[in-house]
Design a protein around this ligand. Sequence first.
Ligand code: ZN
Ligand code: ZN
Length: 336
Amino acid sequence: MKTLVCAEPGRFLMADTRIPEPGPGQVLLKVRQVGVCGTDLHAFEGTQPYFSYPRILGHELGCKVADANGFSEFREGEAVTVIPYFACGDCIACRKGRPNCCVSLAVYGVHVDGGMREYIAVPASSVVSGGGLGTEALALVEPLAIGAHGVHRVGIVAGEDVLVVGAGPIGLGLMRFAALAGARIIALDVNRRRLDACRVLGVHDLIDGSSEDAEARIRELTVGRMPDVVIDATGNLQAIRTAFRYLSHAGRYLLVGLQKGEVSFSHPEFHKREATLMSSRNATRDDFERVLAAIRNGSVHPNDFITHRVGLEEAANLFPDWLNPASGVVKAMVHL
Ligand SMILES: [Zn+2]
Ligand SMILES: [Zn+2]
């Protein structure tokens, strides 16, 4: 079967591998769509912290069940997605019901080989039934679940002002779920095309940090209060440091994006606000179910996020372009 392998940073190779046999506890899935995410692009670039090579990328999966391997909850041919975070089930985080930040977490397509191939064998416990959704929409559930998880974690309540820094696919998901929680959204990015993508989601308070005085605009839009919640979805050290000063007194700062360096900030500024600093990692099954429900009831539209549809070979050639935000890529879907 066709398998796209990231051989080393900057180089893909197309391999012919054997269709896996599902082991005990596993089901065999036919992969239909794989979403390309910032993690994949950074892995290809060689700037993702948790990577070793060679690696098969791909953790945003829309699949059909090829062999249910005796699991009666799945029908052959049924459309499903995969929760790509394999947790130990026994560590302090897992015992607290937070397997998304398991001490020994293995992320499919990151720490272990992922889904950019025609068939995969995965634990049945990681498979989520699509409940009538198509496989392309299902491949979008994981990145949206990251947004749903962040919004749930930071506890957004109706009427709050929420600033989302970074209007990539994760940022857009955060905006959508924050809006569904009743927040008023301000989007900040340094890329005009990315900001324009926010309009489809009904976000109209857009700040272009490359040409505008972001702090003054945020102050104006919040009538001097500043945002109750600031969310970083850039994973850019400079952006993360700068955004501390956009936070209201008694505000919460949520880091969803990830970068490699150390974050530092003014202690007096943090202290006087009595601010809360949180990180948000991955998502849980509840978040996946929340996203599935939101797509099914029409409050989230997959087509608002998908900008590119390509085949496996074409994807390999386009990765270098997609690293450049000027390419206008929000979410590229690889169709197998
Ligand atoms: Zn992803
Ligand atoms: Zn664990």
